[in-house]
Design a protein around this ligand. Structure first.
Ligand code: ADP
Length: 312
């Protein structure tokens, strides 16, 4: 079979959670169009309540869409729900550990659940890939939080899905473990697995993801290669350290300025409209003597802020 161009393709996807008691109906997804290119590491970002989990849960077959279409690995979720679900492994936000099983048993059970024949199971390989071989026969409840999380990743991979979705995989996880997790995710991606992840760590998303979608109020506000997204913002900052620390940023006609720590201030300007030279001229004209300057490129945080008005 030909491989699909898109690992996940959503068109006009709508989800309305019906009213319940006094809680009014809530439109969580309001016509989402999204194409996740096969082979990508795709970041799904957005402020709390934007609809990310709803989208992921529909992909995973845990929430029913209200309308629109969705296909995973080219398999339509309405006409081929089982095949569509089988194409996806989901690592949920919450750790749902099988306390009374060992990691080995846990993976075998999960494989059974997905109907993976014994001869095709990869329990030992997954345990080893996620650094859990030593703990293969220990009760899950004795595992550290980090180990449990790695076990969740292994569980999501038992049926060798071509698409792995990680929902906030690094929330509350220490730096070392985050690095390990990303190393494994990058390895999987090199082997051809498409990765979709939601994260609040925009710096990580910027480094890891080759494509990023930002959702806000149930709508996709942008979906672009990370590089293009960063190029979109034509705002630059000049950080000025004055000879004498200031207590308020100077008023500069035509520019926005803000106080920084240590008596410095930043001035932002649009690259299409002015230059660093003009910024510096305005600073000097305001009577400030400049000791040092630094320029800053916008990062994903700036892009996110300008598109959603919220901090990640
Ligand atoms: P995110 O994952 O981006 O934080 P969610 O998909 O969890 O966003 O939520 C999107 C919106 O849908 C929110 O307003 C949330 O309150 C609402 N919502 C999520 N799940 C349910 C549910 N089971 N019932 C009713 N409303 C829900």
């Amino acid at each position: 079979m030909d491989l699909p161009d898109y690992a996940i393709e959503a068109s006009r996807l709508v989800k309305v959670y019906p009213a319940k008691g006094l809680t009014p109906a809530k439109t969580a997804l309001n016509g989402v169009d999204l194409k996740v290119p096969r082979g990508s590491i795709f970041g799904l970002l957005g402020p709390n309540g934007a609809g990310k989990s709803t989208f992921i849960n529909i992909c995973a077959g845990m929430v029913r869409k209200t309308s629109g279409t969705l296909s995973s690995w080219g398999r339509d979720i309405d006409s081929r729900p089982r095949d569509a679900r089988a194409a996806i492994g989901v690592v949920p936000q919450e750790i749902a550990a099988d306390a009374f099983f060992t990691p080995h048993e846990s993976l075998e059970l999960q494989a059974g659940y997905y109907g993976v024949p014994k001869s095709e199971r990869r329990t030992d390989e997954l345990l080893s890939a996620l650094g859990l071989s030593d703990k293969a026969q220990a009760y899950v409840r004795t595992l550290s939080g980090g180990m449990k999380r790695r076990l969740m990743v292994a569980k999501a991979m038992v049926h060798s899905p071509p698409v792995l979705i990680l929902d906030e995989p690094t929330a509350g996880v220490d730096v070392d473990l985050r690095r390990q997790l990303w190393a494994y995710v990058s390895d999987l991606n090199r082997l051809g697995v498409t990765i979709v992840l939601t994260t609040h760590y925009l710096e990580e998303a910027q480094q890891l993801c080759d494509q990023i979608a930002i959702v806000n109020h149930g709508e996709v506000v942008v979906c672009e290669p990370t590089r293009d997204l960063l190029r979109r913002l034509d705002t630059r900052n000049v950080v000025v350290t004055p000879d004498h620390p200031v207590t308020a940023a100077p008023d500069l006609p035509g520019f926005q300025s803000r106080l920084r720590a240590g008596g410095a201030f930043e001035v932002s300007y649009r690259t299409g409209q002015s230059s660093v030279e003009q910024v510096l001229a305005a600073v000097r004209a305001s009577g400030v003597h400049i000791k040092d300057i630094a320029t800053e490129d916008p990062d994903l945080e700036d892009v996110f802020l300008s598109l959603t008005g919220a901090r990640a």
